[in-house]
Design a protein around this ligand. Sequence first.
Ligand SMILES: NC(=O)c1ccc[n+]([C@@H]2O[C@H](COP(=O)([O-])OP(=O)(O)OC[C@H]3O[C@@H](n4cnc5c(N)ncnc54)[C@H](OP(=O)(O)O)[C@@H]3O)[C@@H](O)[C@H]2O)c1
Length: 270
Amino acid sequence: MAVPYKIGFMGMGNMAQTIVKGLVESKTLSPSQIFASNRTPGKLVKAVDLWGIKSLPNNEELVEACEIVILAMKPQDFAVAIDPIASLFYEKQIVISLAAGITTAALQKKLPQCRIARVIPNTPSTINRGVIGYLVDEIDLGLEIVVEDLFKPLGFVLPTEDEDQLEGLLISCSSGTGFVFELMTYFQDWVEERGFDPITARKMVVETFAGASLLASQQRETSLEDLQSKVTSKKGVTAAGLESMRELEVERLLRYSFEKAALRNQELAK
Ligand SMILES: NC(=O)c1ccc[n+]([C@@H]2O[C@H](COP(=O)([O-])OP(=O)(O)OC[C@H]3O[C@@H](n4cnc5c(N)ncnc54)[C@H](OP(=O)(O)O)[C@@H]3O)[C@@H](O)[C@H]2O)c1
């Protein structure tokens, strides 16, 4: 058993369920160590049935029962959930927030007595191939170890140095998953226009993205540019396509979209 604590999830939505599944299936925690509360009972009942975790009737009891509280509700539900019970959190209690737009400073203001970490997972965490970034407000090695132990069953866990880096990870890996699906859609549409049926076109695209990713993952000593040059002969077919992508400044367009997403994240943080 890697983590000897009682963990409480405030909110049992998609991301909390992904984390619980990872923790239970990897045996990082036993279900008897996992507690949860949720605004309405539906998802709690499902989680209790699926993993044998314990449900609690309200957030107050969750805070009292658990050494670690994971805040897993949407950012817009934060204030309603936390403000009335902020004083119940005890001195040095560990609080892990999953909320995308709520900064460490804002969390500290609400819960100054707690040890706070922010964690940003992405949806491939559901299949244990996530990229999970975290930020701990001040040097706290114990807290970093707890976060790493809790989230490593879900994928690649990495610390970030500050809010700016965490935002970089949020845009590139969490929103990034959505951006990759957008690109995959463009590929699929084009393939379908060439006469393939949608199921075959989807499979062709998925396997191309998965194959390229796995190749890059397995040949980790080779840079992405070198991998690309292996499929690009001079004046050949791939070269013509790449030349056009560069002329059309696809990179600039993507960077613009990344920056737009970052601006939105900053707006939400206010
Ligand atoms: N999903 C992702 O890929 C992803 C990635 C990175 C970060 N995050 C972050 O993870 C957090 C959760 O996202 P999600 O996708 O899991 O959202 P979700 O599926 O909507 O789950 C949120 C859960 O919080 C519950 N809730 C709301 N108010 C509550 C309260 N006052 N007390 C207790 N529970 C309450 C909701 O209950 P009801 O069932 O009653 O609605 C719901 O089950 C968000 O802050 C999000 O920014 C998610």
